[in-house]
Design a protein around this ligand. Structure first.
Ligand code: FAD
Ligand code: DLZ
Length: 503
């Protein structure tokens, strides 16, 4: 192998073709990419996640070579693959006589520790790792909205000439809570099709254990920046105008609804967040989409995405172990099969296993909700989410799961737990109509489990939650119940929790 003074590592979620590293081809640099068991095995990933990351990494290596860069690519089945980042780096440095190895900041604490400090960033995020911590220093609650407004001003997004929010309001969340009744139709799924059967054989031959359906002959995830942009353009053209209105809706007939399906492309850096934000903003200025839709979408990227990253870096490594509500139950077996009689839960799990995707409300108000109501251990819930979703990388998954969904961080992120009874699910989804359980009943074998579990949750966690004004209504309701009613709820909930695999 030819001599290169410097080896530069590119990780599977660092596929940004516009990074300054790649501006000019430097013959003294050897780029290296590797498919390794240390990354495939830190959690059991969805088959499509491993496939999509490897296929996209391989395409990225080809792109770099075509642009004149030298690339050493280690495949999962290569006999000389040592299967850890450090060991493979040492091997490649020796091969090409390199004296230095450079890397850009990884997104995960685990890899950051493994690789050590660096002067290079991914040039991807819109805030620094510690911006959120600095903004909220000394505060008990770290409100996303406060951070988001600062980001709007900093990047001058949806602001008028007087530095006021366009449309007169910072936030249109109130307008974003409609159920979907079948119209407007769900836009066509414009994602690409890839036959990755040969790669799938390499992955399984290497013994990588995965979960979910591979659909290797028809992988629907983008493998490069151009494919990612095509998905984004299709979203902006067809779905963005309805994004806000139906953001919280759930339907068995339309699993994607008006969501963008861009989280994988963003997280592996095929898309730049500011580029996405500007393209959405332009649709508002062109009059193609209403302010509530555009602001709602931009808030997810400029607000939530950056904010959760700041939470992650301020709270790691202990964040991943938080368990403020002291929950220790195992996840029910149907998280791996979808075989539960609860129609809404079964469908959200089926969608996740089949497509490595579920939209935000399925994750938060269906699977996350039931896991919390059943008292599942947050760490187990975290591992399921980190494995199952195509977009799951610890920096974004952990705050969403441990903080937002499981309320395991003492309410640092969420001012109240995201739990609901069947009433909310019935209002926002069409699942209850074809469910074995009745959304109206609280007690008895045919009563929707969410009902007894919901009231039981508030009774069980009264010490921690009773003084929270945002859930005062739940306690007013409980206080009006008779002692017999409360006891019956506790009994039914205990049965459901003990028989969780069967419900
Ligand atoms: P859209 O609904 O169309 O939103 C557009 C973009 O906004 C997304 O692509 C994403 O980049 C960003 N976004 C939206 N909500 C959030 C959020 N809460 N946090 C960060 N970014 C957000 N998102 C991940 O990218 N990776 C994860 O591992 C992940 N785990 C989650 C776990 C739980 C328990 C919950 C409740 C949410 C999680 N999310 C995660 C956030 C969100 O559900 C996904 O970003 C979204 O469903 C991705 O689909 P989309 O591209 O169609 O998003
Ligand atoms: C998720 C993932 C998987 C499954 N495999 C690899 C891999 O073999 N090689 C690699 O470079 N990256 C992989 N990734 C993405 C990494 O886990 C990700 O880069 C780190 O989590 C840092 O955020």
């Amino acid at each position: 192998m030819s001599n290169h003074a410097c080896v530069r590592l590119i990780l599977g979620d660092q596929l940004n073709p516009n990074h300054s590293w790649f501006t000019t081809a430097d013959p003294s640099v050897m780029y290296m990419m590797m498919e390794v068991r240390s990354e495939t095995d830190y959690v059991r990933h969805h088959a499509q996640k491993v496939l999509a990351i490897f296929a996209a990494m391989r395409r990225f290596a080809d792109t770099l070579r075509a642009r004149g860069h030298a690339v050493r690519y280690i495949r999962i089945g290569d006999p000389d693959n040592l299967h850890t980042l450090r060991d493979n780096i040492a091997m490649v440095m020796q091969e090409c006589g390199a004296t230095t190895c450079e890397h850009v900041q990884p997104d995960e604490w685990r890899v950051d520790q493994h690789l050590g400090p660096t002067q290079y960033t991914t040039e991807h995020f819109l805030s620094e790792r510690d911006d959120v911590a600095l903004l909220f220093k000394g505060k008990k609650r770290w409100l996303m909205e406060t951070f988001y407004r600062q980001m709007r001003l900093r990047y001058n997004v949806l602001m008028d000439a007087d530095q006021q929010p366009v449309g007169g309001s910072w936030n249109y969340d109130e307008e974003n809570r409609r159920p979907w009744k079948g119209k407007p139709p769900e836009p066509l799924d414009m994602r690409p099709h890839h036959d990755c059967s040969a790669l799938w054989k390499e992955i399984t031959d290497a013994g990588v254990q995965t979960m979910g359906n591979a659909h290797a002959d028809d992988l629907r995830w983008p493998l490069d920046a151009a494919e990612a942009q095509a998905i984004l353009t299709a979203f902006l053209d067809n779905a963005l105008p309805h994004f806000g209105t139906y953001q919280d809706a759930i339907s068995l007939k339309a699993r994607r609804l008006f969501h963008a399906l861009i989280s994988f492309a963003l997280n592996v850096k095929m898309l730049h967040p500011l580029d996405v934000v500007r393209q959405a903003e332009e649709r508002y200025h062109r009059g193609d989409a209403p302010i509530a839709a555009v602001e709602g979408f931009i808030r997810q990227i400029l607000g939530w995405r950056e904010y959760v990253r700041g939470i992650y870096w301020s709270q790691m490594p202990s964040y991943v172990e938080r368990n403020a509500l002291n929950n220790h139950r195992a996840l029910p077996s149907w998280f791996w099969t979808g075989e539960t009689k609860m129609r809404c839960v079964g469908d959200a799990v089926d969608a996740s296993l089949d497509s490595a995707y579920a939209h935000h409300i399925q994750r938060l108000m269906i699977t996350g909700n039931i896991a919390l109501l059943l008292g599942c251990a947050p760490h187990e819930v975290h591992q399921w989410y980190l494995g199952v979703y195509i977009d799951a990388f610890e920096w974004v998954e952990v705050p969403n799961t441990i903080g937002m969904s499981q309320h395991a961080d003492h309410g640092l992120m969420a001012t109240k737990p995201y739990v609901s009874s069947a009433a909310y699910i019935h209002r926002m989804s069409d699942a209850c109509g074809s469910c074995a359980y009745s959304h109206k009943e609280r007690l008895g074998d045919t009563a929707c489990p969410f009902n007894a579990l919901y009231w039981n949750f508030y009774m069980q966690h009264a010490d921690a939650l009773r003084n929270n004004v945002r859930v005062a209504m739940a306690y007013r309701h409980i206080d009006k119940m008779s002692a017999d009613e409360r006891e019956a709820i506790t009994e039914r909930a205990a049965w459901l929790i003990d028989h969780a695999d069967e419900i």
